[in-house]
Design a protein around this ligand. Structure first.
Ligand SMILES: C[S@@+](CC[C@H](N)C(=O)[O-])C[C@H]1O[C@@H](n2cnc3c(N)ncnc32)[C@H](O)[C@@H]1O
Length: 264
C-alpha cells in the first residue's frame, strides 16, 4: 500500500484525532487491569501495530508503561519521534502482515509484550484472510502467554448496507481542521463484496491559506461470524467484546467495538 493522503499529513492527523485519546486510553487501561490479573501493570510493555503518530503510546509512556510500536508510514513515525521522547528502537517501520523481522531487529523480544492495542479499524487495512492470519501469528509470537491484544473495529451487517458520513472538526493553535468522511458499503455479488470504500475530504485552514486534501482507501469488511471464524483459526482466543468505554457488549450492536484476543 502506498502512502495515503491523510496519513501523509501526520500533523493534521494528530490534530484531528488527539482529542479523544485520553478517554480511549481509560478503556485500554481498564481492559489491561481486567485481563492481566496478577501482573505488574506499572512498567508493563505496551505494543501497538499501526501506531501512526503514536498518540496512544505517548500517553502510555506518561503512565510509566514501556512502549513499542510500528507503522507502514515512516512520516507518521518521524512525527511521533519529534513529538515525544521515544526510546531508541521503540518505533519501527513495518507492515502488519510481516513485521516479525523488523521487530526483532528493533530488539522486541518474542514473548515479551504484556498488552497490545490496535484501535480505530487500522487492522482492516489488511486486505485478505491470509494477511490477517499472518498478522495474528506474529502477534501470538510477541505476546506473553496470557497477555491480550485489544482490537478496535467496526463489524458489518450485510443485511443493512448503506452509505454513511462523519464530520470531524477541530483545531490547534492557528490551524482549523475539518474532515468529512464518506463510507461506501461493500457490494454483495461483486468483486467489492468485502470492501468498504472510505473517501476523505480534508480541509486545513491556516492564517494565510486554506488547503484541501482528498483521499480514498479501502478497508476490508467482516461480519461477526467472519471475524470470529478467522480469529478461531489463529493461536489467539476471543475472550470478550466491549464498547469503547470497556463495558461488556452484552448483546448490544454498536458501530464500533473492542475485541479482546488472548494468547493462551
Ligand atoms: C487510522 S490510522 C491509526 C493510527 C493510530 N493507531 C491512531 O489511532 O492514531 C491507521 C494507520 O495504519 C497504518 N497502516 C495502514 N496499513 C498498514 C499496514 N499494512 N501495516 C502497518 N501500518 C499500516 C497507516 O499508516 C496509519 O498510520
Amino acid at each position: 500500500m502506498g502512502r495515503q493522503g491523510l496519513y501523509a499529513n501526520p500533523v493534521v492527523y494528530d490534530i484531528l484525532y488527539t482529542s479523544g485519546t485520553a478517554g480511549e486510553m481509560g478503556a485500554f487501561t481498564q481492559l489491561e487491569m481486567q485481563f492481566a490479573p496478577g501482573r505488574i501493570l506499572k512498567g508493563s510493555l505496551w505494543f501497538e501495530p499501526a501506531c501512526g503518530t503514536g498518540r496512544y503510546l505517548r500517553l502510555a509512556q506518561k503512565r510509566k508503561k514501556r512502549i513499542a510500536g510500528f507503522d507502514l508510514d515512516e512520516g507518521q513515525l518521524d512525527y511521533a519521534r519529534q513529538r515525544f521522547k521515544v526510546p531508541p528502537d521503540a518505533l519501527f517501520q513495518a507492515d502488519m502482515a510481516d513485521f516479525s523481522a523488523a521487530a526483532r531487529e528493533s530488539n522486541l523480544e518474542p514473548g515479551s509484550v504484556d498488552f497490545a492495542i490496535n484501535p480505530v479499524n487500522s487492522i482492516r487495512h489488511l486486505d485478505s484472510d491470509q494477511a490477517m492470519l499472518a498478522h495474528f501469528e506474529q502477534m501470538a509470537d510477541f505476546l506473553k502467554s496470557g497477555a491480550v491484544y485489544v482490537v478496535g473495529l467496526s463489524l458489518t451487517d450485510y443485511e443493512y448496507l448503506m452509505p454513511e458520513e462523519d464530520l470531524w472538526q477541530t483545531g490547534r493553535g492557528h490551524l482549523k481542521v475539518s474532515q468529512l468522511v464518506n463510507y461506501l458499503p461493500p457490494e454483495p455479488g461483486t468483486a467489492k463484496d468485502r470492501v468498504e470504500q472510505v473517501i476523505s475530504h480534508l480541509t486545513v485552514e491556516g492564517p494565510n491559506k486554506t488547503e484541501h486534501f482528498d483521499d480514498t482507501y479501502d478497508l476490508r469488511t467482516y461480519d461477526t461470524k467472519q471475524w470470529r471464524d478467522l480469529v478461531g483459526k489463529s493461536r489467539l482466543d476471543h475472550v470478550g467484546s466491549f464498547d469503547a468505554f470497556a463495558k461488556p457488549l452484552d448483546g448490544r450492536v454498536l458501530a464500533y467495538q473492542l475485541e479482546v484476543l488472548r494468547k493462551p
